[in-house]
Ligand binder design. Structure first.
Ligand code: ASP
Length: 599
């Protein structure tokens, strides 16, 4: 008995055909002397009927002994379901198969959680799902995600090939370049005390491919970052990584808009309009308080620095005198915010170093807040007008250095939107996607603790050409040729035009980033040398593929789009990894443990 059709295939056109299905027992119902078995495979499910009047006793009993998730081959004849018993919810709902043969390929014990009921399965504790991931993957919701992931990966490959890109694999065993995130190290048995590192991204290799004349490279690349995990991170993750020669930023924008357009069409049947909006880093912070703005709703930040420069309210005028700004937002309809909600927002403000959070509730025609008494009529009028204040609104303020003030209100804005969504006062359709480019980032950011500049993106990002002379004199003014692609407040990816001149790259490493010359030589010497032998101008970008898939699948968790993800603690619960190793393995690697071995 060999499968002739999959379980989502049979229709009324197949009536009277003898067919064989293979799959799992999705459910078994014993009804009026008949046994109904829904058999499920990757594609869907089909109802089969075992009728004792035309089956041997032995075969019927075998059917009666089947439990959910047993693996079977069932042969039989397709017929229309009796009048009134169609199941419009499934594509095979008009037919059923009258079984004539049954082969039990494997029995199944009672599962640790059900996979057939989305309601129940959706509520199963995630640790249990991860421990039994092979069962979790049988759930139609997970199967759909994995399938869509494969479909999107294929669409990407087809698109990139059409655009003349070559898929090139780059090494997983690389060397340590401890500039960015913490790395995973792999001890080298051949030379005691030396290590490989797993790549945080194929950045250096893809640049060398450009020097190597490949011109257009892409890869669905696995990257590794040993960071303490936040909710949407994995220690290993996949990027659509690419690099192109002889291009400028416009070419990257064009290409990425094209590939995203293709992906959205293939995956969701949605035509996304291009070109995408472009917003400078400064504008993004000013208006939304974040460098990855969710522009699907308003509540934009408004500047009141001029209005409060001479205010008698010292908290505001003092901050301005210190070189800071006053910004506010109107959380529309949130005057009823609870004490707990106000406290949460105050904590956000404090986490940025603010002393507290100023706010005004507009209730019963009155402005309610201890700070209102300090405001004069002109200040109140300016607030009312620029924030379009109405009954029921909540004004929230930040008076601080520009970046801090923006970021405080940016965080509060997102929190207020969540509260309003919960109250049904803000609805965003699930199929609304607002893409935008964030551009004109500062090339460098300042690390107060270490008292030095570091790269906002990475040290290979090219400065905007006319800013190059400022590198040594006024680094904070230098803009980078860096771009981020954002959708609905999620950073999908980022990249840059790279430095391809050895002298500029050396200046950035040594004079700007203050990396000692011998360290530059040890870590990046080969790169500086490569740039001397005819490096073409080049640039690229990487998109987070897991995050992209989470958006397309409409799930908040990237774990739902990765076949075998790790937990927030970096554990694979199914294989129980990471684990201890044998003393001999350590000896071979010339390693000695300082901690007690994990039992
Ligand atoms: N390598 C960068 C990253 O992983 C992306 C790029 O600059 O192309 O974020």
């Amino acid at each position: 008995m060999k499968r002739t059709h999959h379980c989502n295939e049979l229709r009324p056109a197949h009536v009277n055909q003898t067919v064989t299905l293979a799959g799992w027992v999705h459910s078994r119902r014993d009804l009026g002397g008949l046994i109904f078995i829904d058999v499920r495979d990757r594609e869907g499910r089909t109802q089969t009927v075992f009728d004792p009047s035309n089956l041997s006793k032995e075969l019927f009993e075998r059917a009666a002994s089947l439990r959910s998730e047993c693996v079977v081959n069932i042969t039989g004849q397709v017929r229309r379901r009796p009048e009134g018993t169609n199941n419009p919810k499934i594509p095979t709902g008009e037919i059923e198969m009258v079984a004539t043969g049954l082969e039990v390929l494997n029995m199944a014990e009672v599962l640790p959680f059900p996979v057939d009921d989305p309601e129940v399965a959706g509520k199963v504790n995630e640790e249990l799902r991860l421990k039994y991931r092979y069962l979790d993957l049988r759930r139609p919701e997970m199967a759909r995600n994995i399938r869509l992931r494969s479909k999107v990966a294929t669409a990407i490959r087809v698109f990139m090939e059409e655009q003349g890109f070559l898929e090139v694999e780059t090494p997983i065993m690389f060397k340590s370049t401890p500039e960015g995130a913490r790395e995973f190290l792999v001890p080298n048995r051949r030379e005691p005390g030396t290590f490989y590192a797993l790549p945080q991204s194929p950045q250096q290799f893809k640049q060398m491919l450009m020097v190597g004349g490949i011109e257009r490279y892409y890869q669905l690349a696995r990257c590794f970052r040993d960071e303490d995990q936040r909710a949407d991170r994995q220690l290993e993750f996949t990027q659509l990584d690419l690099e192109m020669s002889f291009i400028d930023r416009e070419d990257i924008y064009n290409l990425i808009e094209g590939v995203l357009k293709r992906i959205w069409k293939v995956a969701l049947g949605i035509d996304i309009p291009t070109p995408f909006k472009r917003i400078s880093f400064g504008e993004a912070l000013n208006r939304w308080g974040i460098d990855k703005p969710d522009t699907r709703f308003g509540m934009e930040l408004v500047d009141f620095t001029e209005e409060f420069r001479a205010s008698t309210f010292k908290v505001f005028s003092g901050a301005i005198a210190n070189g800071g700004v006053v910004k506010a937002l109107n959380a529309k309809g949130l005057a009823g915010a609870t004490q707990g909600q106000i406290e949460t927002m105050t904590e956000y403000a404090k986490s940025f170093g603010a002393k507290g959070l100023a706010y005004i509730k507009v209730e019963g025609g009155e402005w309610k807040s201890p700070i209102v008494k300090f405001f004069n009529a002109a200040e109140k009028a300016a607030l009312a007008q620029k924030l379009a204040i109405e009954e029921g609104d909540l004004m929230l303020f930040a008076a601080d250095q520009w970046l801090n003030a923006c970021e405080i209100l940016g965080k509060i804005r997102l929190y207020c939107a969540d509260v309003l969504k919960g109250q049904g006062k803000l609805t965003i359709p699930a199929d609304r996607f607002e893409f935008l480019w964030v551009v004109d980032f500062p090339l460098l950011s300042f690390d107060k603790e270490q008292n030095r500049w570091y790269s906002s993106h990475h040290p290979f990002t090219a400065p905007v050409a006319e800013d190059i002379p400022l590198l040594k004199t006024d680094p904070k003014k230098v803009r980078g040729q860096h771009y981020d692609i954002v959708v609905n407040g999620v950073e999908l990816g980022g990249g840059s035009i790279r430095i391809h001149r050895p002298d500029v790259q050396k200046t950035v490493f040594e004079d700007v980033l203050q990396i000692p010359p011998d360290l530059v030589r040890a870590r990046f010497g080969y790169m500086l040398e490569a740039f001397k032998y005819g490096a073409p101008p080049h640039g690229g970008i990487a998109l987070g593929f897991d995050r992209l898939m989470a958006i397309l699948c409409g799930t908040p968790s990237i774990r739902d789009v990765i076949a075998f993800p790790k937990t927030a603690k970096g554990t694979d619960l199914m294989t129980d990894s990471p684990g201890a190793v044998e003393p001999k393995q350590l000896r071979d690697l010339h390693l000695e443990l300082k901690v007690a071995k994990k039992e």
